[in-house]
Write a protein that binds this ligand. Sequence first.
Ligand code: GLA
Length: 737
Amino acid sequence: MSMKIKFSPTRNSLLLSVLCIAPHLWTLQTLAQEYIPVETAGNALVLQADQHQDLKMIYFGKRLTSGNEYGQIPAAYRQSDDPTGIFNSAYTPSGSRNLVEPAITVTHADGNNSLDLRYVSHQSTKISDDISLLTILLKDPVYDFEVTLYYKSYYKEDVIEQWSAIRHKEKGNVILHKFASANLYLKGESYWLRQYHGDWAKEMEPEEARLTHGIKTLDTKLGARADLFQPPVFMVSLDHPAGEDEGRVLYGAMEWSGNFRFDLELDPTDNLRIIAGMNNYASPYTLAPNEEFTTPPFLYTWSDKGKGAASRQLQQWARNYRILDGKGSRLTLLNNWESTYFDFNETKLAELLKDTKKLGVDLFLLDDGWFANKYPRNDDHAGLGDWQENKSKLPNGIASLVKEAQNDGVKFGIWIEPEMVNPKSELYEQHPDWVIKQPKREEYYFRNQLVLDLTNPKVQDFVYGIVDGLFTKNPDLAYIKWDCNAVIYNAYSAFLKDQSHFYVDYVRGLYKVLEKIRAKYPKVPMMLCSGGGGRVDYGALKYFTEFWPSDNTDPLERIFIQWENSYFYPAITSSNHVTDWGKQPLKFRTDVAMMGKLGFDIVVSKLSPQDLEFCQNAVKTYNTVKQLVWQGDQYRLSDPVTSSVASVLYLDSVKTSGVIFNYLVNARYSAGSKLPIRLKGLDPAKKYHLTEINLYPGTGSPIDAGKVYTGDFLMNIGFNPQVRGGRASVVLKLDAL
Ligand code: GLA
């Protein structure tokens, strides 16, 4: 058997004829090796198409001054041999000579399971001054099957988004069993994984450990509310766990709001293979000839200056390119969830609208419980799906509340959970086929509810219609809190022919709805909520201005949750509400909520005059520092995990103004800030002074605002915020003279 395949590397336009004497036996003409660097301001990811057209990743790290030395990197290592030559494949196929975890696995139209992918060509396009897109075409020499790898790089931010597109022209369908977005390869002495797990009210709990040989998989199979137990972010440090300001570290995040999977494989040659993508669990995907299967991007950044720099890179990227209105403004608010739960009526809401104004925040957010009539939403057992105003609670509808809010000089926002349905609802009665459930099995509920089948275009229209209907009837509606409280049990779609497409198509359906909403309502702020932080990812944040990190608003807990989130997400995305959770005083709770987007969920009418005065002043103070928190560079100064004091600085880009939040996180006798806290990121030559702000009425500050310090002093010696029992939370404003 013989066949001819043309390879056309773009750079040297060399045509190569390949003679295949047997399906398993190749002779390949030797080609010049091709090096393909993806360079950003500080980093380089270098790929190599070798003489056999195997595409490999030979380097990811600090950018070298002289790019022509990249080719010398592989020879600098003296590791044991890789018998396959493709442990470092840039997109590892399976069923041919590969012996390690694949990025892609297929069954061809003829039933054969083998795949080989060889470099054909690449192309780099400049999208803007900052953004470039590298595409690399890989082809199977035997089957008419190809993959394009995409590397979208953001130069200034040192960030890469990587995904793949899979196509074929075989005589029949191909089944994709695994379909990763990216496949990376790192070399180090040892590898330290920082991963996260959680549950309701326990989001973002970190664990850090050395990776041993074999495969560590981080994944989720929950379908919706997919990150309840495991969020789609991680970091890997080389040689030792990276510090805040030193160490080599990779941050990774899947841009996907459903099942994801990260495989971290320490291979036989002691290098780390990372394979990231949608989870292939229960999802073999049938691909027709000429159809394209595009994976969601895997997002990553690299820093050789520790976790702080990596975070600032990612946060910068998120604000510049990802989060909806990332450079824009946000609304402060009063929410009624914890002050009323489901028990409210127009009179009560009228008072809350007045309280919103009294507090000085921008918006009132009406939470769960405003809808459904046949099965009224008076608790969480009924009504989800029936999005008509409840006539006994709101006889005059949302429209009258929006108007009343306007009369009071505040904006109005509303909670919805449009992907969900209670079995006790008219929607369930009318459209049982719209509900995800196994036809022959007993229903099983999460928070007494089920998930709607977003693979079905009719359901997509229904969900879109909920939002569109609200805005059409109430054009002045100013904010949406979009909740998603259930996982998917009994995954089955009455609409889909191929059930194994369910998990992938559910998320694609969700994105279709969100695309359509954003096409018509491009700017309306929306909070991404999921029974707390059960769905936080950069796939969804394209459509949302902010997310709800957790229902746990105990400020002590929040310090830790917000701290871990801050590695990956900028503060502007973090909706933080002052509530009655926890034992900390109101000031402590408010200070913590100010490290993001400030909101309140308290009974304003029950506040003491002093507490009310404090809250009103805090809103005013927040308005003076919010730009620093939202857009400033974040520096984590003192780690609550290892110290008694947590301290975080947000500094403007010209280093003239900042705000520092400091908290006591240890209740032991005499715990406090015994040592000065060293600031970061300042201009050493500038002179600064520090003023304590957000003081509780009637309390003074031991901080002398008249004292002047150089940036050099503050970064080398530091400043003591005098945090201790009785002064457990201290906010400092930093200003250059
Ligand atoms: C979820 C959210 C809460 C609240 C309730 C309403 O738990 O996280 O903030 O909106 O739903 O039922």
